[in-house]
Design a protein around this ligand. Structure first.
Ligand code: NAP
Length: 312
């Protein structure tokens, strides 16, 4: 990608993920111009070398525009809504979206963008903002292979590994499957942790043993501090976003005719957590809800625990 504004990246969406990801690009020596609906979130990026766009259409001149917003409708809004990226005289060349959205919504967006001559790559990610900050994201793309090859250097600057899984919206299916497992694992981890604690094993001891077993993963390790110390105000991912992803998973299960009983039970549990009013807290507050169902009130164990996510 080496035309008029070579090395200039446009970025829309500076939530938890977007902010951490664009900072990796800036640290990698790329120039970025950013836009966020809530403008105050963009201002601190200037100290990291970013320029701020007054409007989304101004980003159309960039070599590539990345988007990282919440839902399918939000992505449509920033691309095609009032003042959207594609609504000016100049059309963007390439849009790379990393939001977790539906396969159908993504296909509709592809159709609209490609009809305008705008290239489109889906690149959802695995990892939360702390993982992104540490440069440890996995980024999985789908769309034209040649486009992926051109975008790869940018993706490499944000990730520990990048992959291309095929044409069209296949990366959306990958992300939906990934987040179904993300939900099912936290559901099960909460259940077994509560059971172990009720039987008498301290949480940090139980979690340490799981982390060092064949079942331990980067995910169980980085959730261990919050599950031990109950510090749910440090939000990595909200209950509502997890419910969105479980719903995307159930829709895919229906579409492809695959029975997913573990995912279905988890979806209901996450829905109950959202219904109980948990909003701007970490989704792992599911532990407290699971404990309540077992007649337990948990307290913090106040332990200093390494989550293995030091920035590199
Ligand atoms: N957090 C994670 O661990 C994680 C991991 C992988 C993938 N994801 C996915 O990444 C996406 C972003 O997640 P996040 O945790 O960064 O969410 P977040 O902190 O809630 O940020 C959402 C971002 O989208 C913007 N936005 C939402 N609706 C918009 C609209 N209609 N118009 C313009 N901007 C809009 C928000 O702008 P404002 O600042 O103005 O609200 C904000 O910049 C989601 O699809 C999520 O499922 C999250």
């Amino acid at each position: 990608m080496t035309t008029q504004t070579a090395n200039t990246i446009g970025w829309i969406g500076l939530g938890r993920m977007g902010e951490a990801m664009v900072k990796r690009l800036l640290a990698g020596g790329y120039k970025a111009t950013v836009w966020n609906r809530t403008a105050s979130k963009a201002e601190p990026l200037v100290a990291y070398g970013a320029s701020i766009a007054a409007s989304k259409v101004d980003l159309a001149a960039c070599e590539v525009v990345f988007t990282m917003v919440s839902t399918t409708d939000d992505l449509k809004e920033v691309l095609f809504g009032t003042g959207g990226l594609t609504t000016g005289k100049l059309l963007p060349k390439v849009v790379v979206d990393s939001s977790s959205i539906s396969q159908e919504g993504s296909a509709e967006i592809r159709e609209r963008l490609e009809a305008m001559g705008v290239a489109y790559l889906c690149t959802p990610v695995s990892g939360n903002a702390k993982v992104a900050k540490a440069g440890k994201l996995l980024m999985v793309s789908s769309g034209p292979r040649a486009l992926y090859d051109k975008a790869e250097p940018y993706l490499q600057a944000m990730a520990r590994k990048v992959m291309w899984v095929g044409e069209g919206e296949l990366a959306r299916v990958w992300k939906i499957a990934h987040n179904v497992m993300f939900g099912v694992v936290i559901q099960n981890l909460c259940e077994i942790t509560v059971m172990a604690e009720k039987a008498g094993i301290p949480r940090h001891v139980f979690l340490e043993s799981i982390n060092d077993s064949v079942l331990g993963s980067m995910y169980t390790r980085y959730k261990t501090p919050v599950l031990t110390n109950l510090d749910f105000d440090h939000v990595t991912f909200t209950p509502k976003l997890l419910l969105k992803d479980m719903d995307l998973g159930m829709a895919s299960a229906k579409k492809y005719g695959v029975a997913m009983p573990a995912a279905a039970a988890t979806r209901e549990s996450v829905s109950r957590m959202v219904g109980r009013g948990h909003d701007d807290v970490d989704f792992s507050i599911l532990l407290l809800e699971t404990a309540k169902d077992a007649g337990m009130t948990l307290v913090s164990e106040n332990k200093v625990i390494d989550d293995g996510l030091q920035a590199k």
